[in-house]
Design a protein around this ligand. Structure first.
Ligand SMILES: [Zn+2]
Ligand SMILES: [Zn+2]
Ligand SMILES: [Zn+2]
Length: 354
């Protein structure tokens, strides 16, 4: 992610800031600009104007209805909506009488805003579920204490067990399943990978290339995934699969690879935004150059950063930030994901038949 600065005092602004820590200006994230901006109060306390020269003509904005639970995203007053671009994608919300459920939901929504921001940076379309788009995107964040909720994707519906927001619970699952790491943003990036498979690959001419790299996605899904869980272990062929779970089925391999692609790109861009990449790459943000940048260059930038942040984590006794070293066919698969995303941004259109 980029480093954002206050329009007024130049202080660094956090992605999720409601107020500038430098000058105390009121701020909110403006999805159309993909950054937090200073807001100017109006006579109506719920209505704001963007604080910058030339912005007077812009539509007045208000905060998302979920602002009380941490959402700092804005939306135009005349849009007729009450929730922001990200919150609107979630179907149903926990009962406000359940503080544990609300806290877990707010944690997941915060991670989801980072996801939506990254997808918008790539200009990957996000089509909300509707009568005309029955396989559009919608999130179900479910809270079923004691029942072992289910996390997964089906025809645009992403279901996430809110128990995954609990660090202890999630880490227990991670250890039991022999996983290297398990994070809320990782879940969201994996599930959105399923959503994009049909759109980027399944409807494209590259389905043959996909099958050569990942395998045949028409193999029985339930049988494959059940067999994987029956024998899940912490060892797998790292030259073939990015994670152990990726080996369970070609579609899970794609979703895992897609998630790791988003991890790597966001990590490289964040390092670049903090001037932590070599001078010859200074200022290079993958999301600005995705259509022309070869994946090999992104991976070359990532390897020394990954080694450094893992070593730094070790010095303070924290777990490795990114305990993976993409090699062999994993690099080919990550390159395939990159090429699909790049081809999409060049195409500028999503459905070939639209
Ligand atoms: Zn400021
Ligand atoms: Zn919101
Ligand atoms: Zn999956």
């Amino acid at each position: 992610m980029r480093v954002f600065h206050c329009d007024r005092c130049e202080a660094v602004l956090a992605f999720d800031a409601h107020e500038c820590a430098g000058c105390r200006a009121t701020v909110g994230y403006v999805p159309g600009d993909r950054r937090p901006r200073v807001l100017q109060a109006s006579t109506d306390p719920s209505v704001f104007h963007l604080d910058a020269p030339g912005d007077r003509s812009e539509r007045p904005m208000w905060r998302c209805l979920n602002a009380a639970w941490g959402c700092n995203w804005m939306l135009p007053v005349d849009s007729g909506e009450t929730w922001c671009r990200s919150c609107r994608l979630t179907r149903g919300r926990p009962d406000t009488g359940r503080p544990d459920a609300i806290a877990a939901w707010a944690t997941v929504e915060a991670a989801k805003r980072r996801l939506i921001h990254q997808l918008d940076e790539f200009a990957l379309p996000i089509e909300i579920d509707s009568a005309s788009m029955p396989d559009g995107l919608v999130f179900d964040l479910v809270y079923l204490p004691g029942e072992g909720g289910i996390t997964g994707h089906l025809d645009g519906l992403v279901t996430l067990d809110l128990a995954e927001a609990d660090d202890g619970h999630r880490d227990g699952l991670r250890r039991r399943l022999g996983e290297q790491f398990r994070t809320v943003i990782g879940h969201l990036r994996h599930e959105i990978g399923h959503y994009y498979w049909l759109r980027l690959v399944g409807q494209s001419n590259d389905i043959g290339v996909f099958r050569r790299l990942f395998g045949d996605e028409r193999d029985d899904y339930r049988v494959a995934v059940d067999a994987y869980y029956a024998g899940a272990s912490s060892t797998w062929d790292r030259a073939r699969f990015v994670t152990g779970y990726a080996s369970s089925h070609p579609l899970e391999d794609w979703a895992e690879t897609f998630a790791h692609y988003l991890h790597i790109v966001d990590a490289v861009d964040t390092a670049a935004a903090h001037d932590l990449v070599p001078a010859d790459r200074a200022g290079m943000l993958v999301t600005d150059a995705v259509a022309t940048l070869p994946f090999a260059d992104i991976l070359d930038a990532w390897r020394p950063i990954s080694a450094a942040v893992n070593a730094i984590a070790e010095t303070v006794g924290a777990p490795a930030v990114y305990p993976f070293e993409p090699a062999g066919a994993v690099v080919d698969k990550l390159t395939f994901v990159h090429d699909q995303v790049a081809a999409h941004t060049k195409r500028d259109r999503f459905y070939a038949n639209e």
